[in-house]
Design a protein. Structure first.
Length: 167
């Protein structure tokens, strides 16, 4: 739900007119199509679809950040820790973009090189105070988010080891 809602909300914010949203898997021939969001895509517009495609990653990180900020994980009780531990795993598994979500990312590579080249030719001087404030906020966010991500990574690593051992 968080994955598809992230797509939907960002498509709405970027005025891409989301038309249809589905949370449930659908079997199409020999493939299973998971949830999806359909929105109007304009020819030549590749930046907004890229932003919509990566929205679940940002939405997942913000969701995990909120869980930690509300002090729901780790909980005071074992059931609370287990419940929100499961929630963290579910969010972390579904926050990554699918192949379809990232179809327009290939257009981003030359744009990044052009921007870096322009910054090399025309350097921008940013206030050290601004850079310091931004780095403090980023550092705080990373500090807060590392516990749920490490928890999820540990569970995933254990599952991979167990699944490959008993294969």
């Amino acid at each position: 739900i968080i994955h598809e809602m992230s797509h939907y909300l960002v498509a709405l914010i970027l005025a891409m007119n989301p038309r249809e949203m589905s949370f449930f898997p659908v079997i199409e021939g020999k493939k299973v199509r998971l949830g999806h969001v359909l929105y109007e895509k304009n020819p030549g517009d590749f930046l907004r679809p890229i932003i919509i495609g990566i929205a679940p990653f940002v939405g997942g990180l913000l969701t995990l950040w909120l869980v930690i900020q509300t002090k729901l994980f780790p909980g005071q009780e074992l059931w609370q820790t287990l419940l929100f531990g499961y929630f963290i795993i579910a969010v972390s598994v579904n926050m990554f973009s699918s192949k379809q979500d990232l179809i327009d990312v290939i257009y981003l590579i030359p744009i990044v090189f052009i921007i870096l080249f322009l910054l090399y030719l025309f350097p921008i001087h940013i206030s050290p105070l601004f850079i310091n404030q931004v780095s403090i906020h980023i550092s705080y966010f990373i500090t807060v988010i590392q516990l749920p991500l490490l928890f999820s990574l540990g569970i995933h690593a254990i599952l991979v080891v167990l699944l490959t051992k008993f294969e």
